[in-house]
Design a protein around this ligand. Sequence first.
Ligand SMILES: C[S@@+](CC[C@H](N)C(=O)[O-])C[C@H]1O[C@@H](n2cnc3c(N)ncnc32)[C@H](O)[C@@H]1O
Length: 276
Amino acid sequence: MTSILDLPKARPVTPLGILAEKLEQAVKLIEKADISPEIAETVQQAYQLASGLDPYLEDCTTPESEALANLAEKTQKEPWNLRFSDGETVRQLEQEMLSGHIEGQTLKLFVHMMNAKRILEVGMFTGYSALAMAEALPDDGEIIACEVDEYVANFARDCFNASPDGNKIKIEVAPALETMQKLADAGESFDLVFIDADKKEYVDYFNLLLDRNLLAENGIICVDNSLLQGQPYLPENQRTPNGQAIAEFNQVVANDSRVEQVLLPLRDGLTVIRRK
Ligand SMILES: C[S@@+](CC[C@H](N)C(=O)[O-])C[C@H]1O[C@@H](n2cnc3c(N)ncnc32)[C@H](O)[C@@H]1O
């Protein structure tokens, strides 16, 4: 069995994770510098406060299923750089894309709370969030999962086959906007939509869901990475193109009178939106 120490370590990709890493660096710098013990103690406390939160959330949250734990471990072990350089994936994928235990459990509880039956996932990767939501669906529930990359779609399919809930997930391998147009043309609608694909297309996904009624009347849209490592609220010159896209998306949602929303500081930001 693989020890956790053997697995490639994920780099921090959330505002809290980055903050904890920066405070850890500050603690180390202070150890080497001639700084007052009071400052050193304050920074040490700040570091403990930031670095202790994620592990505590893990401890206090219902553990993930064996199927989800295996999927996460398999994703962590996969040599994603090699897959891209060999031309097996169409873009550079990385283990940090996986949402994980706390977000998966949150989505799972949303599915239970809403009694959702039909879910649309926009951006599946190796399938963690899709499988987490599938575990909460009734036997006749269905998830349509949009994914553009054939390699990762096959990877996810293998993981779904190892779960009793995997048969509730139908994968559509194509650019998400194409799949969404087709679903809208067919008159489909969804109780819950999870947006987690190309950050630069978030505004298009959002408008398509509302304009074409892909979102069911009392449906909910959950949007991942709406804090994008803190970039939307950091100075503009520190933003990547994805950070800029998310800042603009958040503004579009805030200005849209058709919806109400809350941005939860969960992991890398999760915005929950309902049509008024
Ligand atoms: C952040 S990952 C999704 C993570 C997944 N929801 C989870 O929780 O583990 C984003 C995925 O969206 C896919 N993607 C990016 N652009 C896309 C597009 N235009 N259409 C469909 N999938 C896309 C990528 O290939 C990648 O696998």
